[in-house]
Design a protein around this ligand. Structure first.
Ligand SMILES: NC(=O)c1ccc[n+]([C@@H]2O[C@H](COP(=O)([O-])OP(=O)(O)OC[C@H]3O[C@@H](n4cnc5c(N)ncnc54)[C@H](O)[C@@H]3O)[C@@H](O)[C@H]2O)c1
Length: 356
């Protein structure tokens, strides 16, 4: 078991360890909660692990309201949030009841948003169940729902009371979802931890084989990197933007593919593009090393089916655009990145065309 404090505007503790799910009630009681709890989850996670969580809470005297949302990104919507508010009202949920976000990033963002807004704020507990949620989305306090065609366009910052990460839950995660998490893990190596990058070069297979102790170590290291960044820039005014490494082009690829390309696959291509841009600008020499690891993780780096101009147009609509300039996070070394907003269009075009 590993644990550390996140020193944010509101501090909280993060626990990472096997079988933590079965100790949820103990943690809640230590925080002073004792009577009612709301679980927000989806059908898939509920079927796999809902009974373990419910039994643990029931046995310890908690009365539970379990709310299941459909297993799709479309659940991250105002409509679903309104439906949850209705349930909270009809069950007379009061301010003391913690909301347990029990699922991947979709459930985490939605439950986080609901907990931040209902009664001007219910306590939030993150119990993430995907690799992406465990290494990334459960940390840092961002919550959101999508609106119209805009992803994460409505949201608030909301720090949880506690984060409980159980790597054993990843045993049932499909390989494609593991890959989504792996892309973010590689990102952490490039933006801030060369030794993590080297470890991945040696032991990538152990992630895909869901070696629980190795996963525990990797999750701990990623969460620490993210927290170290977020503690310095909670509201994303500067440094925190480096967490978007690979995401500028990545988001455009996801959108242009109509989400047929997964987030992880798109970020992996985005990281390759950022590496190649940095090489063209003469600031990065490790393009091959980065691409080797990305390929070891099973990602393909091919954009030949995409219209380059279309991708660039989509990039201009991204939240990362400021004063019409696209922000790019570029590597200088494995473990060190810089933010640039003055990439010549010619270099961008050449790089994207070269990705095949
Ligand atoms: N708030 C943030 O800082 C932040 C950061 C990154 C991503 N996000 C958001 O996270 C979302 C993506 O999250 P995700 O990748 O976790 O996707 P997801 O929540 O859709 O989960 C992926 C799939 O895995 C299933 N699943 C979850 N846990 C499982 C388990 N233990 N075993 C088997 N199946 C399981 C889910 O039901 C789903 O089908 C996006 O909406 C993205 O915007 C938020």
């Amino acid at each position: 078991m590993r644990t550390f404090n996140a020193e944010m505007s509101k501090s909280y503790r993060v626990y990472i360890g096997r079988k933590i799910l079965r100790t949820t009630a103990t943690h809640l009681k230590k925080l002073g909660f004792s009577s009612r709890a709301v679980i927000i989850t989806n059908k898939t996670v509920n079927k796999l692990y809902g009974s373990i969580l419910e039994e643990n809470l029931n046995k310890n005297g908690f009365e539970i309201l379990l709310i299941e949302v459909p297993d799709t990104e479309r659940s991250k919507s105002m409509g679903t949030a309104l439906r949850i508010y209705d349930e909270l009202i009809s069950h007379r949920i009061e301010r003391e009841a913690p909301v347990i976000a029990f699922g991947g990033g979709v459930v985490g963002d939605l439950a986080g948003y609901v907990s931040a807004t209902f009664l001007r704020g219910l306590p939030l507990i993150h119990l993430p169940t995907t690799l992406l949620a465990q290494v990334d989305s459960c940390i840092g306090g961002k919550t959101a729902v999508n609106y119209l065609n805009f992803k994460n366009i409505v949201g608030v910052f909301k720090n949880p009371e506690i984060v409980l990460i159980d790597p054993d839950l990843l045993q049932t995660l499909p390989e494609r979802e593991i890959k989504n998490g792996v892309a973010e893990i590689i990102k952490y190596g490039v933006i801030g931890d060369p030794s993590l990058f080297s470890l991945l070069e040696k032991r990538m297979d152990d992630i895909f084989e869901s070696d629980p102790l190795f996963l525990e170590e990797i999750i701990y290291r990623c969460c620490k990197i993210k927290i170290d960044i977020v503690e310095k820039d909670e509201r994303e005014t500067g440094l925190r933007r480096i967490l978007n490494y690979g995401h500028t082009i990545g988001h455009a690829i996801e959108t242009a593919s109509n989400f047929a390309i997964s987030h992880g696959e798109a970020v992996a291509i985005g990281m390759c593009a950022a590496g190649r841009i940095a090489e063209k600008l003469g600031i990065f020499n490790d393009v091959e090393r980065q691409e080797r690891l990305i390929k070891i993780a099973g990602f393909s780096i091919n954009l030949s089916n995409f219209d380059v101009e279309d991708l660039i147009r989509i990039m201009h609509f991204d939240k990362k655009v400021k004063n019409s300039k696209i922000n790019f996070v570029l590597p200088r070394r494995i473990g060190d990145v810089v933010i640039r907003d003055n990439i010549p269009k010619k270099i961008l075009l050449e790089t994207i065309k070269g990705l095949r």
